[in-house]
Design a protein. Structure first.
Ligand SMILES: [Zn+2]
Ligand SMILES: [Zn+2]
Ligand SMILES: [Zn+2]
Length: 168
């Protein structure tokens, strides 16, 4: 059942998704230096922490801050242990990454082909038995029990269904 509170719960995740470009930025002081990316759930803001200049422009000491990691294909991820109490992760695929542990991706994989809304036309071409695709972006999933490749896809699906149910 969709409810307004469900939409409110998603608001910080939508902010997280909007802040994605920030996590790919470099500190102006020295782009090669060690940096860490964070998202503050209270401020709904992404920010970087740079080891060199200690650039910590905003004070989030008493806030709920999540660390964001960058992985292959420039994908962004958050540790499952950190986000699992904040967002219902069911149906999203996890990935076990060396030195990080279980990760859930924030954003979907960037695919070579254009993924529009009319993906069903070529599904027979690429699909073989047992292939499991993300319900939103149609990228291939590793796990047959998952429905979404990322938080982005699950949030998109949920917001669409909530908005649709309010239109009725
Ligand atoms: Zn810096
Ligand atoms: Zn904050
Ligand atoms: Zn997806």
């Amino acid at each position: 059942m969709a409810s307004l509170s469900a939409l409110v719960d998603l608001s910080w995740l939508m902010a997280l998704l909007q802040e994605k470009p920030k996590f790919h930025q470099s500190c102006p002081c020295q782009p090669s230096t060690t940096q860490q990316s964070f998202f503050c759930k209270d401020c709904m803001l992404g920010f970087l922490f740079c080891e060199s200049c200690k650039n910590y422009s905003l004070d989030h000491r008493d806030h709920q801050v999540l660390q964001v990691f960058k992985f292959v294909y420039q994908r962004l991820g958050i540790r499952v242990s950190v986000i699992q109490d904040l967002f219902y992760l069911s149906d999203i695929e996890y990935d076990n990454i060396e030195n990080y542990g279980w990760i859930v991706y924030i954003d979907r994989k960037i695919q070579e082909k254009q993924h529009g809304s009319s993906g069903s036309s070529n599904s027979s071409k690429s699909g073989y038995k047992g292939r499991k695709e993300c319900e939103v972006c149609e990228c291939e999933l590793q796990s047959s029990t998952s429905k979404y490749c990322s938080i982005e896809c699950k949030v998109e699906k949920q917001t669409n269904s909530i908005i649709t149910s309010y239109d009725e």
